[in-house]
Write a protein that binds this ligand. Sequence first.
Ligand SMILES: [Zn+2]
Length: 200
Amino acid sequence: MTQDNKTYELLEALLSTLEKGVIPATEAGVAAGNKIFGAALLRKSDLSTVLVETNNETENPLWHGEVHTLKRFYEMTGERPNSRDLIFLSTHEPCSMCLSAITWAGFDNFYYFFSHEDSRDAFSIPHDLKILKEVFTLEPGGYNKANAFWKGQSIHELISLLPEPQQTALRDRADAISRKYDGLSAAYQAGKSSNAIPLN
Ligand SMILES: [Zn+2]
């Protein structure tokens, strides 16, 4: 299989997981007052889904989509796959806490749909970039996306590298996913004044 075909298969699986797994779970999470962020784990071997989870900050402000997914992962009964054999999918570029959590849990990769700038500009959640600046003195994009622990990659950037017609096919699906998140974000923002999340 060529590299382009492998990338297409991976991206197709990531978008399917968002469409069929993460978004339905997020609709329930947002209805309960939680943020729109979600995550999933897929097996590298066959791209099957291991776990889907979403933000649960109404229970605990540390339960970001990614950390809540890891919590559930380590609560799995029966045979739990090795993190080295898994793909970490995040709806949004992980914050500093989640970058560290992914590192400590032993993952060597993550793929994200929306960027930190999207979280600030399109979703009115500026905290990721603000923490990176205030605590770590980092400008946007200032952390090391390919390092000794993992490589973090933007799904949109990977789509833009595909040949046609695959690129347009996946971009159309990505656009539809973005529109779904516009609606979820509007629902969260409309209700957030009444929640007790410290950084809402
Ligand atoms: Zn986070």
